[in-house]
Design a protein around this ligand. Structure first.
Ligand SMILES: Cc1ncc(COP(=O)(O)O)c(C=O)c1O
Length: 387
């Protein structure tokens, strides 16, 4: 019988040095390794099937993280990176060359959008953007593209990519689908099972889970290992073993935390949707959301990200944010503690006002990352701040 998610999360990939008998994986804080390794039973680095040589190439603590993640996200191979952006830039640059074109979404994480609009074109790579609804329709012509890049839950308006449809089209045309599934986490979705060739996570978020690390992960088909690994080695976009250790620890409780995030996210979204001061709630888990059915088909849970627009706009949003006691007024997401931010001031600050408008981001949009606190306490805090 295949082991279930939480069992794999706790035990997957863990490494016991028989000479020591350690129960948890150690932090191998070493930049270099004996080369050649004279021991006949030297462990092999999964990136090359040779003994470890240099930490920018591979490291045992990173390897345990990569194997644990691989088992949880149902991908054939995986590599860890120094941040989510390092995972995105390193994997995309391993797929495209000058003259290539990518198809992507108007609604993207701000820094990814900047990478696509300001950086790639300087090297002769063009990115075409369509709206989430257009991509979900499955009718956009995709022939000639070197890749289709999506986010499984888009940031910060929280629409859902219909990966079942997009993945089918990508497969039919033999085009790799690359999916940033940070907001879903491997607990709520495994994009590889919906035909994603590459799945990306900012491990800084739900995977780390405690707002104390920066980390990225990419899971992909076996035949992509050499080309992605060689970029990680060249760019040096490899994480420190301590960050990898903390991500291993985070992954062990991912399932337990995600259940709480899913449940709290739903309760908070429902409370806000019934509050007279709130104009609009973005949360696909509400049956009234136009993404509800798509989400049901593509996700196991809707997660803990909730966005809303408040009556009174930016000024009222700032006033309310400052009155909250349990929500820290800070960007980022996916930690055990609840956070709140105005994307126009943080994650999407690098976009022009017009670009934000095109991505459906109202200037006063508030994005919340609902933590694992008790929902009643969070609701009470919101109620008081909205008074
Ligand atoms: C959806 C998404 N992808 C990627 C990133 C980038 O991750 P990192 O900050 O770890 O580089 C973020 C950061 O907020 C994000 O929200």
């Amino acid at each position: 019988m295949e082991r279930k998610f939480n069992t794999r999360a706790v035990h997957g990939g863990e490494y016991t040095d028989r000479a020591i008998g350690n129960v948890t994986t150690p932090i191998y804080e070493t930049s270099t390794f004996l080369n050649p390794n004279p021991y006949p039973d030297a462990a092999l680095d999964h990136t090359r099937n040779k003994p470890f040589m240099y930490t920018r190439w591979g490291n045992p603590t990173l390897e345990v993280l990569e194997i644990k993640y691989r088992e949880l996200d149902d991908v054939q191979e995986a590599l860890s990176f120094s941040s989510g952006m390092a995972a995105i830039t390193s994997t995309v640059l391993s797929l495209v060359k000058s003259g290539d074109r990518l198809l992507s979404l108007k609604e993207l994480y701000g820094e990814t959008f900047t990478f696509f609009t300001k950086f790639l074109p300087m090297y002769g790579i063009k990115v075409d953007f369509v709206s989430l609804d257009e991509l979900n329709s499955g009718t956009i012509p995709v022939k000639g593209y070197s890749g289709i890049y999506t986010e499984s839950i888009v940031n910060p308006t929280l629409g859902i990519s219909d990966l079942i449809t997009i993945g089918r089209v990508a497969k039919e045309e033999n085009i790799p689908m690359i999916t940033d599934a940070t907001f879903a986490s491997p607990y709520n979705q495994n994009p590889s099972s919906l035909n994603a060739s590459i799945t990306i996570h900012s491990g800084t978020k739900y995977i780390g889970g405690h707002s104390d690390i920066l980390l990225g992960l990419a899971g992909f088909k076996k035949d992509l290992m050499d080309q992605i690994w060689s970029k990680r080695k060249m760019f040096g976009s490899v994480p420190d073993p301590i960050q990898a250790f903390l991500a291993i620890r985070g992954l062990k409780t991912l399932g337990v935390r995600m259940r709480a995030h899913n449940e709290n996210g739903h309760q908070i979204a429902k409370f806000l949707s019934e509050h007279k001061k709130i104009d609009k709630v973005h949360y696909a888990g509400l049956e009234t959301s136009k993404y509800y059915e798509i989400g049901k088909r593509n996700l196991k849970g809707f997660g803990g990200m909730v966005s809303f627009e408040i009556n009174g706009g930016v000024e009222e949003a700032r006033r309310m944010a400052k009155k909250l006691k349990l929500f820290a007024y800070a960007p980022s997401l996916g930690g055990v503690e609840s956070l709140l931010t105005l994307p126009a001031e943080t994650s999407h600050l690098s976009l022009t006002k017009k670009e934000r408008q095109e991505a459906g981001i109202a200037e006063g949009l508030v994005r919340m990352s609902i933590g694992i606190e008790d929902a009643d306490d969070l609701i009470e805090d919101l109620k008081n701040a909205l008074e």
